[in-house]
Design a protein around this ligand. Structure first.
Ligand code: OAD
Length: 251
């Protein structure tokens, strides 16, 4: 394995995660073997136009994902990251997770400072009124917006609060990401193919600020060249190597 940095030597650590982070929990990635976009066409199930055309089908896809993810548990990698935040964060030290994942597994493992760049499978909103909610049911059975129904609009569907293809990222998230990446001195990117923008290029903000950049991925990505250290292994193994020092500190 490559020279592995010890997270304890840094003050502001950002974990930048993608679908590979949850692969060892049993959540399928999007691309590659067994990838979601190999089986489903995102033009039909993950964009506003598809939702406007056929909300029932888009909900069928998202309910399939809710059911699948609800059976998955955080893996040791998620737990190492949460433990880093608990044990390292203090007045002058911060640990932030910036994730492209919508599965909620970082929070389920105990991480508190999590920026969900692409939204969440468990958050809902309405496209017509200001109704919003969090709902962990799987499948979600009540698909209509209750506030619209009360106002006499019975045909308005709840929408998953996910950044679909063609949607913009939330401004509040962009501000939080900029802030976290500008001050970070170690960025660890884990399990992302680095092909979806603008997320893919975010680690460059940390690089410009002088942070050490580590890429954890069994495979090379189009942005591998920007990283100082490449760990060609899985999320759980790499995180055990980088965070294992926390055990020594405790003993
Ligand atoms: P991808 O499915 O594109 O990439 C997953 C990456 O994880 C690949 O590079 C794999 O090599 C790597 N990988 C697989 N198993 C791993 C493991 N055990 N440990 C570490 N790495 C592993 O997923 P993302 O890059 O997250 O957007 O995809 C980005 C966005 O595209 C997603 O957020 C989603 C998707 O369309 C939306 O839904 C808006």
């Amino acid at each position: 394995m490559a020279r592995v940095p010890d997270v304890r030597g840094f003050n502001n650590v950002v974990f930048f995660t993608g679908a590979g982070m949850s692969a060892e929990s049993g959540v399928p990635t999007y691309r590659g073997k067994g990838g979601i976009w190999k089986e489903y066409d995102y033009d039909n199930c993950a964009c506003q136009e598809a939702f406007d055309r056929d909300p029932e089908y888009v909900w069928e896809f998202h309910n399939y994902r809710r059911e699948l993810v609800s059976k998955c548990q955080p893996n040791d990698g998620h737990r190492w990251i949460a433990r880093c935040e608990r044990e390292l964060a203090g007045p002058n030290k911060r640990v932030t997770v910036i994730t492209q994942n919508i599965d909620g597994l970082h929070q389920a493992a105990g991480s508190e400072t999590v920026i969900e760049l692409h939204g969440s499978l468990w958050k809902l909103r309405c496209c017509v009124c200001d109704w919003r909610a969090e709902d962990l049911s799987a499948p979600l059975r009540e698909l209509r917006c209750p506030q619209c129904e009360e106002a006499g609009r019975a045909d308005v569907y709840k929408r998953p609060d996910i950044v679909w293809f063609g949607d913009s990222l939330a401004n509040s998230n962009l501000v939080a990401v900029q802030e976290a990446l500008t001050r970070c001195d170690l960025l660890i990117s884990i399990g992302t193919s680095a092909v979806v923008y603008p997320a893919a290029q975010m680690p460059l903000i940390a690089k410009r600020g002088g942070a050490l950049l580590v890429e954890v991925n069994p495979e090379e990505t189009p942005l591998s060249d920007i990283y100082d250290v490449a760990i060609r292994g899985t999320a759980t193994k790499a995180l055990a190597a980088m965070c294992g020092g926390l055990d020594e500190a405790a003993s």
